[in-house]
Design a protein around this ligand. Structure first.
Ligand SMILES: Cc1cc2nc3c(=O)[nH]c(=O)nc-3n(C[C@H](O)[C@H](O)[C@H](O)COP(=O)(O)OP(=O)(O)OC[C@H]3O[C@@H](n4cnc5c(N)ncnc54)[C@H](O)[C@@H]3O)c2cc1C
Length: 310
């Protein structure tokens, strides 16, 4: 069985920062990558709110630098998806999808969150054929076309603004008249002649045309009227859900929405297991906050091991 002092599950900003602190404290540190090396941030083309950089960088550039920093310090990475933690005996045993088992004296869960979908049958039907959740990944395919972004948060606005670089027209479809997004993002979108708002509307259906998307039908939430909008791409950006399924059968407490419940020092309900970043934060899903929480969780893991508890 592989052994490490501190195993960090996730290689986004929270996991990488936790790893930097853990390895610099002299502990054998292993990061389990999961399926998204670098986490969600690699999907953003322009990051302007991470301190320390005068000009915007892409999420990929920041995560690549964090990974290289970790590697230079001696952090080990392994592409493994965790399916379960056996937390009743010490060391903890981490079970991976591959069948591999890893013994850990302390664990930091930093597994982030995953995209939420509308839940429409037609959304499933056209997934990858006009329905996407990532403008950075798929925007290029819609050069000169009309698309929509569903959502009213910062990510939705970022996606819409990015898409205006390729697309002829971008609708922002939102079920309310007001937005969760920051004013600066909303102002940028309002000033962009390629963006048109479709407000107080939900997506009723995504309609096909030659096996790909040809239009959407939206429904006004107030008068229930339907309207069809011709377009080729639908980018869903309505929020995320924490990736904590691997903890469901353990005694690590989760909130009603599935986030890991942590105290102010990022301790979970199981001593020796800590959590940080989007998987443990219902309210503030930002890279700098995830990084800070990762540092805090690692400092607590270090203290736990230094006190001989693990
Ligand atoms: C399109 C987009 C734009 C964004 N723009 C910004 C922005 O401008 N500024 C900003 O501050 N934030 C932005 N964010 C939010 C930011 O990316 C997240 O808040 C941040 O990445 C959270 O970091 P994290 O380390 O908690 O989780 P994540 O980055 O989600 O990383 C989670 C990691 O856990 C791994 N993992 C998951 N489950 C398992 C498992 N079972 N076993 C092993 N590994 C697992 C994943 O593979 C991944 O490596 C954006 C997000 C998106 C999607």
């Amino acid at each position: 069985m592989t052994e490490a002092d501190i195993v960090i599950i996730g290689s986004g900003p929270a996991g990488c920062t936790a790893a930097i602190y853990a390895v610099r404290a002299g502990f054998k540190t292993l990061v389990l990558n999961g399926k998204a090396h670098g986490g969600q941030l690699v999907r953003t083309h322009e990051l302007e709110n991470f301190p320390g950089f005068i000009l915007p960088l892409s999420g990929y550039e920041i995560m690549d630098a964090m990974h290289k920093q970790c590697a230079r310090l001696g952090v080990h990475f392994s592409v493994e998806t965790v399916v379960k933690i056996e937390e009743h005996a010490k060391p903890f045993v981490i079970r991976c999808e591959s069948g591999r088992q890893i013994a850990a004296r302390a664990v930091v869960a930093a597994t982030g969150s995953a995209q939420m979908w509308l839940g429409l049958e037609s959304e499933r039907e056209f997934m990858g054929h006009g329905v996407s959740s990532c403008a950075t990944c798929d925007g290029f395919f819609y050069r000169g076309k009309t698309v929509c972004v569903i959502g009213g948060g910062n990510k939705a606005f970022e996606e819409a603004l990015f898409l205006t670089k390729f697309c002829a027209k971008v609708y922002i479809v939102h079920r309310r008249g007001a937005f969760r997004a920051d004013k600066v993002e909303v102002d940028k979108a309002k000033a962009n002649p390629k963006i048109e708002f479709v407000l107080n509307c939900i997506v009723h259906s995504i309609n096909g045309c030659d096996k790909s998307v040809g239009s959407i039908t939206v429904q006004d939430v107030n008068n229930k009227s339907l309207r069809e909008i011709a377009l080729s791409g639908v980018f869903v950006s309505i929020g995320t859900t924490p990736q904590t399924d691997f903890l469901k059968d353990s005694s690590v407490k989760l909130s009603a929405r599935g986030h890991v419940s942590v105290d102010i020092k990022n301790h979970t309900s199981v001593p020796g297991i800590f959590a940080a970043g989007d998987c443990a934060d219902e309210h503030h899903n930002q890279a700098v906050i995830a990084a800070g929480a990762g540092a805090k969780a690692a400092m607590e893991a270090i203290k736990y091991l230094n006190e001989g508890l693990g």
